[in-house]
Design a protein around this ligand. Structure first.
Ligand SMILES: [Zn+2]
Length: 377
C-alpha cells in the first residue's frame, strides 16, 4: 500500500449527498520535483482511471524500494460528482447536470493581476521567484469561494495540483488512438513525454480559444509571468493533457503498459530514482492539422476506414444508411476525406444523427473542406 491514501469529503448539493475524493501520495510532501496526475475529470472517460490504478501499483512498489525522490500525487478518479451522474444507465460525466457546466472548462483564472501582485517582490534569483509565485498561487486558490459543489471539487483538485512541476490530466475519446496534446511552448518536452508513454501522436491543444481547461489553469500563470519577467520566472509548471484511446480501453494489460510509460517519464524528470531511461524508438506522429467530419444525415453508420488508416482526399470514410428510404436500392450517404490524414478518432455508436460528429483525421496539410478546428479535450 502507498504511504498515504487520503480521503477528502466534498460537499453535495443537498444534505446527505457528499462525495469522496481519494488522493494517493508517494514520496515526502514538499520533495521536488512534484508530479500531479489525475484521470476522469470527464467522468465518463474511464481509460485513464485504469492507467492510474496501474501506475499506483508501480509507485507503491517503488516507494517500498525507497526509490521515490520527489513527491507524486495521483487522483485516479478526479470527478466523484460526475461519475455518479447517469441517465437511463448511461454515465453523464462531461457536464455537471445541475448547471450544465463542462467539468473541463472555465477553471479559475489565476492569471489576472498576478504579475502586478508579485512585481515588487520579483528578484534576480529564479528559484526564489518560483517559490514566491507558488506562494501567491496558493493564496489565490485559498481565497476561491466554493460557491457550489463543482467549484468545491475544483478547489480540492487545484489545492493539490497548483504547485506541481508536472501536471497531467488523462482523458479519453469515444473510439480513438491515444494522443497527447500540448501548447507549442512545451512541444519539445512533450515529444519526450509522449515517446516515453508510447502514445500514437502529439497534437497542439486549442487553448487559445480561452476555454480555461484544467491544464491551462496551472500553466497559464507561468507563461504570463515568463512573458513579463523573462528568465527570472521560468515555466515552473508543465501541464499536459492526454487522450488515452477510447471509452472501451480499460484492459489492465494495456493500461499497465501505459502506466510503465508514465513511470518512465517520472524517472526521466527525477521524481523516481534511477538513470534516465533511453528514449524509446520513436514512432511518434506529430500532427498539426485536423479535419472533423460530421454526419450529413441521420441513419446507421458503417465505417469504411479503421482507426490508424491513412487516407487521401476523396476516400470514403463512412457510409450512412437510411433504413426507411423508400427506394430499397438507394445508395447510402457518404462521408469523404478532404485532406491526406490518419483516422485518429471515431464515434463509437453506429447510430448517428444529422450533424453528429463521426470521424477525425489528423495530418500535416489543411483540409480542403475547411472543417479544421483546434482541439480541446
Ligand atoms: Zn475529456
Amino acid at each position: 500500500m502507498p504511504s498515504a491514501a487520503e480521503t477528502i469529503t466534498l460537499p453535495g448539493s443537498m444534505p446527505g449527498t457528499q462525495r469522496q475524493l481519494r488522493v494517493f501520495s508517494f514520496g515526502d510532501p514538499g520533495a521536488r520535483p512534484k508530479a500531479y496526475l489525475q484521470a476522469g475529470l470527464h467522468a465518463d472517460e474511464p481509460a485513464g482511471m485504469m492507467i492510474l490504478r496501474e501506475l499506483c501499483k508501480l509507485l507503491a512498489a517503488a516507494e517500498e524500494a525507497g526509490e521515490i525522490k520527489g513527491e507524486i500525487v495521483v487522483i485516479p478518479m478526479a470527478n466523484p460528482l460526475g461519475v455518479d451522474q447517469a441517465l437511463n444507465s448511461a454515465v453523464m460525466g462531461r457536464f455537471e447536470l445541475r448547471t450544465g457546466a463542462n467539468f473541463n472548462r472555465a477553471w479559475p483564472d489565476l492569471v489576472s493581476g498576478l504579475a502586478d501582485s508579485v512585481r515588487k517582490r520579483i528578484g534576480k534569483d529564479a528559484d526564489d521567484n518560483v517559490e514566491l509565485v507558488r506562494r501567491e498561487l496558493r493564496r489565490r486558490i485559498a481565497a476561491l469561494q466554493p460557491e457550489n459543489p463543482t467549484m468545491a471539487q475544483r478547489i480540492a483538485l487545484a489545492r493539490r495540483a497548483h504547485d506541481a512541476d508536472l501536471v497531467v490530466d488523462l482523458h479519453c475519446d469515444d473510439e480513438a488512438l491515444s494522443y497527447m496534446m500540448t501548447p507549442d511552448a512545451l512541444w519539445d518536452e512533450a515529444k519526450r513525454f509522449a515517446a516515453d508513454v508510447g502514445v500514437h501522436s502529439l497534437q497542439p491543444n486549442g487553448h487559445s480559444d480561452g476555454a480555461h481547461c484544467f491544464d491551462d489553469c496551472f500553466l497559464a500563470p507561468w507563461q504570463a509571468l515568463n512573458q513579463e519577467f523573462g528568465a527570472r520566472v521560468p515555466l515552473a509548471c508543465r501541464a499536459f493533457t492526454f487522450e488515452m484511446g477510447g471509452v472501451l480501453d480499460v484492459d489492465p494489460k494495456q493500461a499497465g503498459r501505459y502506466a510503465q510509460g508514465f513511470f518512465r517519464y517520472l524517472r526521466r524528470i527525477g521524481c523516481i530514482e534511477g538513470a534516465a531511461p533511453r528514449s524509446r524508438p520513436n514512432g511518434l506522429n506529430e500532427f498539426r492539422t485536423f479535419e472533423m467530419l460530421d454526419s450529413p444525415t441521420g441513419g446507421l453508420l458503417l465505417y469504411r476506414q479503421e482507426l490508424g488508416a491513412w487516407v487521401s482526399p476523396g476516400d470514403v470514410l463512412a457510409e450512412i444508411v437510411d433504413p426507411t428510404a423508400p427506394d430499397l436500392d438507394a445508395p447510402p450517404a457518404v462521408i469523404k476525406a478532404s485532406m491526406k490524414g490518419c483516422v485518429v478518432s471515431r464515434r463509437l455508436s453506429r447510430q448517428v444523427a444529422f450533424g453528429d460528429f463521426v470521424v477525425m483525421l489528423a495530418g500535416h496539410e489543411q483540409p480542403a473542406s475547411g472543417k479544421s478546428k483546434s482541439l480541446l479535450d
